[in-house]
Design a protein. Structure first.
Length: 276
């Protein structure tokens, strides 16, 4: 009697777990969205609900530890630093290009601690729970049975779909969120660690919004720098923020391709290549 294809069986369970989690996550998102309160309160509640949901699924459905999602810090500080530096480099490069093209200037800076620190904490929470959900649980589960490149593409598509309801979303913004999903996940498929994605995600959101004054995925936040933005929304990203800019498309493609090449080459040398 032929043995069952364990890889295909695992793929079926992986898809089922991800599908059940996705439905549950949508229900949580809808429920929290109906609550009243400040944006900070909503984000805090949703962060707590996301952590609880992932813990329940990981513990009782996956039957694995919460730590196995990729929380190990030792030896991964370099990946965390790389993610943060990439956020600074990408937004710095994009902003300088907009300035050079006459599409961005700043008015006098302003600093209000009562606005700044809650905005920072909110971006911190968003970066943590979105990386836990999309890279840690969804991508992590898909990687158990699917080819890493396929798993990365699927997780990035889910990431983009969930951002489709954001204010001022358009087709280019969704393409860029999809590309961001690839960039945030490219390190995870080689390291199975969350710290690169967390640092990049938190750094990107915080620098983009509370520091540089762009909208963050369509959400307007108080910022230190007040923008005078040009009228070419294709370049500036318009009301969605720099994430909706064509410049961001190009920068994300170059960065993700470069990282994929570097990680592939390094892991191939170490004979730990995940693409088997």
């Amino acid at each position: 009697m032929p043995k069952p294809n364990t890889r295909l069986s695992a793929a079926g369970f992986s898809w089922l777990r991800v599908a059940l989690f996705f439905i549950s996550y949508l229900l949580v998102l809808t429920t929290v969205g109906k609550l009243t309160g400040s944006t900070f309160q909503m984000v805090s509640i949703f962060c707590a609900a996301s952590f609880l949901l992932v813990w329940l699924f990981r513990t009782y459905l996956d039957k694995r530890s919460f730590e196995s999602l990729g929380w190990k810090w030792r030896g991964n500080g370099i990946h965390c630093a790389t993610g943060l530096l990439l956020a600074i480099a990408l937004l710095g490069t994009g902003s300088l290009l907009l300035v050079a093209l006459g599409q961005l200037s700043w008015l006098n800076p302003q600093f209000n601690a009562a606005d700044f620190f809650p905005a920072f904490l909110m971006m911190l929470l968003v970066g943590f729970y979105e990386e836990l959900v999309f890279r840690g649980y969804i991508l992590g589960n898909l990687l158990q049975a699917m080819h890493p490149a396929t798993a990365l593409l699927v997780s990035a598509a889910i990431f983009a779909i969930l951002h489709g309801a954001n204010p001022h979303t358009n087709w280019l913004a969704l393409v860029n969120v999809f590309l961001a999903g690839l960039l945030l996940g490219i390190n995870y498929i080689f390291t199975r660690n969350l710290w690169f994605g967390i640092a990049l995600h938190v750094g990107w959101n915080f620098i983009q919004g509370p520091v540089l004054g762009f909208e963050v995925s369509g959400m307007e936040l108080p910022s230190v720098l007040v923008q005078n933005l040009g009228n070419n929304a294709l370049l500036t990203g318009g009301s969605f923020g720099f994430e909706g800019s064509l410049l961001n498309t190009i920068l994300c493609l170059i960065t993700t391709s470069s990282l994929a090449f570097l990680y592939y080459r390094q892991n191939n040398k170490n004979e730990t290549l995940p693409f088997s």
